[in-house]
Design a protein around this ligand. Structure first.
Ligand code: HEC
Length: 712
């Protein structure tokens, strides 16, 4: 399809000037010395995705009518200068249009908007291009991911969006491909496989384009992989450089010199390289064009338990770190490890925000980071040396950060060595991939924060099982839904004073990413199926609407012909939702239809919310012995929990196995051992389980069903 996208019409010079003045405080305009001012680019002819080049990406904040890159700008502040929608009129916000994403799995994408065309992704890495004013589909690209891939991804078959550059749309595909599409037609231009298909790698992150290279990482550390980030030539797809975040097989030479230093922090008797070591780059990348540094966040160790990974200790560089890389060579300039020798899955893959802050009378180039471990870090982004670090939720794994070494003062008084350690925060994170935003006007960071607790119990019988879940902790201890122990809040955090300024408390965790705007607003969707706007300065709720499913993605904003729009992907899912986020009440009551929702002032479109049908529970005979049920309970929690939920209580995305149709229980061996539903994303387990195991699981599921029926 090569239909011309609808470009914003030409504006009269006076109208342009008026629009500029409405947008930015005059002082800001003066400081910017005009030609680079926000309206300047708007006077130039608008050429669409073909004209997105390095200069435009570098000054993305000066054309707020588009949303050019994942975090809005290279500094990923997720702040927009648009102010037509503001604290006074946001109450009249209404739906302009919605687009059905044809999925009931999680939606995590940040849409990219270029001159009136919106590019976004659905589950299974499907890309769509839409007319951003009407929602009309311009093209669609389905990379055709084998649905059996669903069995080797930790956290739903999600995708966080595309990058647009010089007429091409780049997408990381779940199965490890990186693809370049023609932005006008959606036709495939090139496709490269970025990972070893024999290992359980996956890609969910949005690529970023920096100085003509497409940067992409990968995930898979729960199953066992070695992390790295790669740079491909945007024009040709040729691999330019690759940075491995952890050392490989000690018998092999180092791929690059940084790994020699890293290897000294690992104990090779742990045979970490067989499992992979982890350190995957699965989400965060930011870029400072002046310093010419690319900042990359790395993930947890693989397996999680450091005693298995590196029995004699060591920090295990570069897991759970921020790496500053040279964009041209991929060489390491500095690193800072937020959780040395991590054992709790405290990734540093949470978003990285670059901001210039006045600290003790001095303007500092800072990097802001709120990883899973619960501490808010302000680093000097030139050197990587921390300026401050403070916990933004209660934590019990460390007593703060030592301000001379900048290492956490890890606590050892929990029963980690001997029994169940109730640690908080957790693998779900005090903050996860749901992006935070920074408002230069209020000086505050808006964090989708959460308080979670997880029972970590060492898996004493652990052995490496290629292709299976390999964390080294015993999931059988988790028979209660993690949602029962979790809460979430929108946290406004002062990064200079390192203190909370206000919060909006939610019942449940796993809420959406945030967007800050010059209208003194913060937008956020919630796990409970609402989308809201709060006053950025004090948190007062000024607008709220029902969305029919939980929101985990971050909103964006753009403008066409003077009209400001706010867009957000609505689709409950992701790690927390699969493993039992029943606290997402809305997700439990609707059919979880995934949509792109677009709002404008006075919008009047109606959202067709489909309520979930409560199936009557047909009683089923459950004549099994308590021993069989107990065995089924253990097997279920070892193999099924991560997708069907703790205690067989599903989180609103995948089937609740207490409520299946009667014939499903009869089909269980077909489904679990012979892959009957493999093309719907349900893995087969015949490598690990046999008919007896499935019988025991059935006994457990039927007992849970009987309990549910009795509770009603
Ligand atoms: C990686 C995620 C994942 C894991 C792990 C997983 N499943 Fe599934 N399961 C799915 C998906 C996806 C579906 C299909 C949903 C659909 O119908 O579209 C499904 C469907 C099912 C169904 C059909 C339910 C119905 O009512 O239609 C059964 C039964 C089932 N799974 C049992 C199990 C058992 C038992 C285990 C553990 C041995 C397990 N699953 C582990 C993802 C998973």
């Amino acid at each position: 399809m090569s239909r011309r996208p609808p470009f914003p019409g030409r504006m009269r010079p006076a109208a342009i000037r008026a629009a500029i003045l409405a947008l930015v405080p005059v002082a800001t305009l003066l400081a910017m010395g005009c030609p680079r001012g926000p309206g300047a680019d708007r006077a130039a002819p608008v050429r669409g995705a073909a004209a997105v080049d390095d200069a435009r990406l570098r000054s993305a904040e000066s054309e707020p009518e588009s949303w050019l890159t994942y975090g809005g700008t290279y500094g990923e502040q997720r702040y927009s200068r648009l102010a037509r929608i503001d604290e006074h009129n946001v109450g009249t916000l209404g739906l302009a249009w919605h687009f059905d994403m044809a999925t009931r799995r999680g939606l995590e994408a940040t849409p990219i908007v270029v001159d009136g065309v919106l590019y976004t992704t659905s589950s299974w890495s499907v890309v769509v291009a839409l007319d951003a004013r009407t929602g009309r589909e311009l093209w669609r690209h389905d990379p055709g991911v084998d649905r059996a891939m669903g069995g080797r991804v930790c956290c739903d078959v999600v995708n966080r969006g595309v990058a647009v550059y010089r007429g091409r749309v780049y997408v990381g595909v779940l199965d490890g491909r990186l693809e370049a599409l023609d932005a006008k037609t959606g036709q495939l231009v090139w496709s490269v496989v970025t990972t070893d298909p024999s290992r359980p790698y996956s890609i969910t992150m949005a690529p970023r384009v920096v100085e003509g290279r497409v940067l992409i990482g990968n995930g898979g550390a729960e199953y066992g992989v070695r992390g790295y980030v790669s740079a491909y030539d945007a024009a040709t797809g040729r691999l330019d450089w690759r940075f491995y975040t952890v050392p490989g097989d000690p018998a092999e030479p180092f791929e690059h010199p940084e790994l020699e230093a890293a290897a000294r922090t690992w104990d090779p008797s742990g045979e970490y390289w067989q499992v992979g070591g982890g350190g995957t780059v699965w989400n965060a990348i930011a870029y400072d064009p002046e310093l010419r540094l690319v900042y990359v966040g790395t993930g947890n160790g693989s397996p999680w338990d450091r005693r298995l990974r590196s029995p004699k200790g060591g920090d295990n560089l570069y897991v759970c770190s921020i790496l500053a890389l040279d964009p041209e060579t991929g060489r390491l300039v500095w690193h800072y490890q937020t959780t040395p020798a991590d054992t709790w899955d405290f990734t540093s893959t949470q978003d990285i925000v670059l901001a210039d802050l006045e600290i003790e009378g001095r303007l500092r180039k800072t990097l802001l980071h709120a990883p899973k471990n619960g501490f808010f870090y302000v680093l000097d982004r030139e050197t990587g040396v921390p300026i401050s670090a403070k916990n933004f939720v209660p934590v019990n794994w460390a007593d703060g950060i030592d301000e001379t070494t900048w290492r956490p003062r890890e606590r050892t008084d929990h029963p980690y060595e001997t029994g169940v350690a109730l640690i908080h925060p957790t693998n779900y994170g005090a903050h996860n991939w749901q992006s935070m935003s920074f408002h230069p006007g209020t000086g505050l960071v808006y964090i989708p924060a959460q308080e979670t607790v997880f029972p970590y119990l060492r898996d004493r019988a652990y052995e490496y099982r290629p292709g299976a879940w390999n964390i080294g902790f015993d999931p059988k201890v988790m028979t209660e839904s993690p949602a029962e122990l979790a809460s979430g809040h929108l946290l406004a955090w002062d990064p200079v004073a390192q203190k909370e300024v206000w919060r909006v408390q939610y019942d449940g965790a796993w809420n959406g990413g945030t967007l800050a705007t010059a209208g003194n607003l913060v937008f956020q969707g919630t796990a409970h199926g609402t989308f809201a706007a709060h006053r950025a300065s004090d948190g007062e709720k000024l607008f709220e609407t029902r969305t029919g499913t939980g929101i985990i993605a971050a909103p964006v904003t753009y403008r066409i012909d003077g009209e400001q729009y706010v867009a957000v992907m609505a689709g409950w899912g992701g790690a927390f939702a699969l493993s039992g986020g029943d606290a997402a009440l809305e997700a439990g009551t609707t059919d979880n239809t995934g949509r792109l929702l677009v709002y404008k002032l006075g919008g009047r479109a109606k959202l067709p919310i489909v309520e979930r049908e409560e199936r009557a529970l047909v009683a089923l005979p459950a004549a099994d012995t308590p021993e069989t049920i107990a065995r089924g309970n253990a097997t279920y929690h070892e193999w099924c929990l991560v997708c069907h939920g703790a205690g067989a209580v599903a989180g609103g995305v995948l089937p609740d196995l207490r409520r299946s149709a009667p014939e499903i229980y009869a089909m269980l061996p077909e489904i679990v051992l012979r892959g009957a539903f493999e093309q719907r994303g349900m893995p087969r387990f015949d490598r690990w389980l046999d008919a007896d195991d499935v019988e025991a699981i059935r006994a457990y599921l039927l007992s849970r069903r009987a309990q549910l029926a009795a509770e009603r």
